[in-house]
Design a protein around this ligand. Structure first.
Ligand code: C5P
Length: 234
């Protein structure tokens, strides 16, 4: 039961997959459907929160009841998120942010021409918004609660949980919701675009990891519960 447990809290959620333009008609994107982010919006609204959703393109409609701010690129997401975070009690970074963007955006459509070399796309790194949020919160609101998401795989060197724990420490967010996308990439179809999810939620305060799965709404309710629990203790 989550009714009212986030009453009066301002919750900022990012969702969807950013699009990084190459030219006026093309972009680099990713498989994020936005479904987990939308489920988080619905769960936070049901818990009584005042919700803002900053969203890159999604396969599902944005839910009614939240303040909506559509964006496309990682840099747009960054500007909107850092601005909105100034007045948020909770920030949940569920967006799939492109790690890289094309170094140059062609003003005209990139053409295929005979007798010339095929084009080469040079990429540059996008800023890590989650890291910036954690760095900025100290100045703005030490009490702000920040949640990150991660998709992890294990390899010969370590398992997915070890990588996830390292990521939690590196990012410094309060909770990290980890999708375990099986060995290699074969498990990715279990997550992207599906209505169900299987996650492990790691906490920076050292609490035992919480494993949960089911519909994306059930996962969202579990995240909302853990947030409300932590906010209650502050
Ligand atoms: O490092 P990784 O991309 O696995 O981290 C995932 C988490 O970091 C997600 O919460 C995602 O929204 C956030 N992120 C970000 N800015 C980036 C890349 C990821 O805020 N440039």
């Amino acid at each position: 039961e989550t009714s009212g447990i986030l009453a009066g809290k301002r919750v900022l959620i990012t969702a969807g997959g950013t699009r990084e333009p190459l030219d006026p008609v093309r972009f680099l994107g990713n498989k994020s459907s936005g479904k987990q982010g939308v489920a988080l919006v619905e769960a936070a609204l049901a818990a009584g929160a005042d919700v803002t959703l900053i969203h890159a393109p999604m396969d599902v409609p944005a839910p009614a009841g939240a303040k909506l701010q559509p964006i496309e690129t990682a840099l747009e997401l960054r500007a909107a998120t850092l601005a909105a975070a100034a007045t948020a009690d909770v920030v949940i970074m569920a967006a799939a942010v492109a790690d890289f963007r094309p170094a140059n955006i062609s003003t005209g459509k990139i053409k295929k021409r005979d007798n010339t070399d095929d084009p080469v796309i040079t990429l540059v790194r996008n800023p890590d918004i989650l890291l910036e949020l954690v760095a900025h919160r100290a100045a703005q609101n030490q009490q702000q609660f920040i949640v990150g998401f991660a998709a992890e795989t294990g390899d010969e060197q370590a398992d997915a949980r070890t990588y996830a724990q390292a990521k939690l420490q590196r990012k410094g967010c309060d909770l990290l919701v980890v999708n375990e996308v099986g060995p290699g990439d074969s498990g990715s179809e279990r997550v992207f675009g599906q209505d169900t999810n299987q996650v492990e939620i790691l906490a920076l305060d050292g609490a035992e990891p919480v494993q949960t799965g089911g519909s994306k709404r059930e996962v969202a309710n579990a995240v909302v519960h853990l947030i409300a629990q932590r906010l209650g203790g502050r």
